[in-house]
Write a protein that binds this ligand. Structure first.
Ligand SMILES: Nc1ncnc2c1ncn2[C@@H]1O[C@H](COP(=O)(O)OP(=O)(O)OP(=O)(O)O)[C@@H](O)[C@H]1O
Ligand SMILES: [Mg+2]
Length: 104
C-alpha cells in the first residue's frame, strides 16, 4: 500500500497526517517507509526528533524528479509507504495514485 498525502494548498495538514499515520502503523508493528517529498523537509525534521525508544519509522527524502520510479523501487522492499507531498504535488500524487491503478 502506498498512501500519498497531497494538497495544493499549504498548511492544510499534510505533514501532520503523514507523520501520524507513520507513527500509528509503526506502533501497530508494521515496517514502513516515510517518504518526504517536500523541499521543506518537514517530515524528516519530525523523524529526527522522534525518540529512538519508539517503534522504528524508516524515512528518507526524495525529490520530485523520478519520485514515481523511486517509490516503485522502494515498494519492492517496503510494502507500506507514506508520502508527505509538498505544495506542488504532481509527482507525489502520481506516485501514490499509481498504486491504485491511476497510472502515470
Ligand atoms: N507543532 C505544531 N504546533 C502547533 N501547530 C502546528 C504544529 N505543526 C503544525 N502546526 C499547524 O498545523 C497546521 C498543519 O500543519 P502541517 O505542517 O501538517 O501542514 P502541511 O500541509 O504539511 O504544510 P505545508 O504545505 O507547509 O507542507 C498548520 O496550520 C500548522 O501551522
Ligand atoms: Mg508539510
Amino acid at each position: 500500500m502506498i498512501i500519498a498525502v497531497v494538497s495544493q494548498k499549504g498548511g492544510t495538514g499534510k505533514t501532520s497526517i503523514t507523520t501520524n499515520l507513520a507513527a500509528c502503523y509503526a506502533a501497530a508493528g508494521h515496517e514502513l517507509m516515510l517518504v518526504d517529498a517536500d523541499p521543506q523537509h518537514s517530515a524528516l525534521d519530525w523523524h529526527a526528533d522522534r525518540p529512538a525508544t519508539l517503534p522504528p519509522v524508516h524515512a528518507l527524502h526524495l525529490p520530485e524528479q523520478n519520485l514515481f520510479q523511486e517509490v516503485q523501487h522502494l515498494h519492492q522492499k517496503y510494502p507500506l509507504i507514506f508520502i508527505d507531498g509538498g505544495g506542488r504535488i504532481t509527482a507525489p500524487a502520481r506516485a501514490g495514485g499509481s498504486a491504485l491503478g491511476g497510472g502515470r
